[in-house]
Design a protein around this ligand. Structure first.
Ligand code: PA5
Length: 431
């Protein structure tokens, strides 16, 4: 099965002609993506990655994860931005909410909170720990600080030799401080391909190793992405849902709908929302342009931001993601007294009720002036998750090229760093 784009609640806002008017621009952006003729063409490695990834590398990741599952209680994944959001997203989506079995995967280096790191150090006391430090540049401050602290803890707890055997590095093949450290200390290491940028790297060892360790079937994840790679190849907007999604976004943006709210009725999607926000926000927000990516989890947020969505400023459009198959068949039980008046629901499952909540919300927000795109996914599993990841990456590249920006750079993230280094007196940055 594949992801389909339901545009029922968009039709009263956008004429079909407006979309087809973009067809030529889509053709030309498609060329940029597939022939590498656009800005940022050095970072197109993700495009054919699912169909070309070395099988031996997948096996090496699985073997490393298997070894970790035997030797380790807690795997600490250190990284920020594209170096952690993908793994966190997929882990949150596919792992059970309660009582996860096996190895615990936790994250560090995604901020500079001393409280968090000290609590983590207290938590791992007496546990068997390994670290997977992930940084493409190998020089990012946040993960470097976390790694320095955890490395010191590990060397103290295990001694040099054993600590070194519990550290896995994922970084560039040759460049950066982390590669040098890894080679010198003899850490096990994995390579982030040079032509794949952080936010497009979830299907490389960046995401795959933490996910395999967390018990995710990474071959299924890759197979879904591979199917998406094959499916999302047409330039015809009728046939390519990722391109149609991208084109609708740009039509809406041109009309002043400058904020996109990713909405899901599945709370396990919260991490995926964060990954998606980074992918689109960092790819498109430049040159004074871009759709601001926001997210909600319903029905939780219908009791919070729902009011704004219904009646607030009308610069919003919504993208609702739903999983169509009822995988739990969770029934609402009959109650003799019916004090809560819910007996009218006894022949329904929670999935059906949730689905009607989605339909009701889509109707209401549409009537309140919010254009709504619906992405319908047949099933919530590793295969379809891989498909979804690739779908968004392809849509993002298309959307960014349609709006005339480089989908693969992030010049703006440097500015705060320069200021911070200057304020902290980093050698070479003093003024
Ligand atoms: O998408 C990106 O390129 C960024 O978000 C990076 O992933 C992030 O800044 C982390 O960079 P690095 O992996 O070099 O530490």
């Amino acid at each position: 099965g594949t992801i389909s784009l339901n545009d029922k609640y968009i039709q009263s806002f956008v004429e079909k002609d407006e979309l087809t008017a973009l067809q030529d621009f889509v053709e030309s952006a498609h060329k940029k993506i597939h022939e590498g003729t656009g800005a940022g063409a050095d970072y197109l490695g993700w495009l054919n990655w699912p169909s070309t990834m070395d099988d031996a590398e997948v096996s090496r990741i699985e073997e490393t994860a298997l070894k970790l599952s035997k030797d380790v209680d807690v795997l600490i994944v250190i990284g920020i931005g594209g170096s952690y959001l993908g793994a966190k997203a997929v882990q949150d989506l596919l792992s059970p909410a309660f009582g996860r079995t096996g190895l615990e995967v936790v994250y560090a280096g995604q901020h500079i909170s001393g409280r968090y790191l000290e609590e983590l150090l207290a938590y791992i006391e007496g546990k068997k720990v390994a670290v997977n430090v992930i940084s493409k540049s190998g020089t990012t401050t946040e993960p470097a600080i976390a790694f320095r602290k955890l490395k010191a803890w590990m060397y103290e707890a295990y001694g040099e030799q054993e600590a070194a055997s519990r550290i896995i590095v994922t970084t560039d093949e040759s460049a950066g401080a982390l590669r040098k450290t890894a080679d010198e200390a003899g850490y096990v290491s994995f390579v982030i391909p040079g032509d794949i940028g952080g936010r497009y790297s979830v299907l490389t060892p960046v995401g795959l190793l933490p996910l395999a360790a967390a018990g995710v079937d990474i071959r299924q994840l890759l197979s879904g992405a591979k199917q998406a790679e094959a499916d999302l190849i047409s330039t015809n907007l009728e046939e390519n849902a990722a391109y149609a999604y991208a084109a609708y976004r740009q039509v809406l943006n041109a009309r002043g709908y400058s904020t996109e709210v990713m909405a899901s009725f599945e709370p396990a999607m919260a991490g995926m929302n964060e990954w998606w926000k980074q992918l689109f926000g960092e790819s498109e927000g430049k040159q004074g342009k871009g759709i601001f990516p926001a997210s909600v989890i319903y029905s939780t947020d219908l009791h919070s931001l729902g009011q704004y969505l219904q009646n607030g400023r009308r610069m919003l459009f919504e993208t609702m993601v739903s999983f169509t198959e009822d995988q739990q068949q969770s029934q609402i039980p009959f109650d003799e007294e019916d004090g809560d008046g819910l007996n009218y629901l006894v022949d329904k499952t929670l999935h059906e009720v949730n689905q009607q909540a989605l339909n009701a919300t889509a109707m209401a927000h549409h009537d309140g002036g919010v254009p709504i795109l619906q992405l319908e996914i047949p099933k919530l599993d590793a295969h379809h998750t891989g498909y979804l990841l690739y779908f968004f990456m392809k849509a993002c590249a298309m959307s960014a090229y349609l709006s005339g920006v480089n989908p693969f750079d992030q010049p703006g993230v440097e500015q705060y760093k320069q200021n911070m280094f200057q304020l902290l007196g980093k050698p070479g940055y003093e003024k």
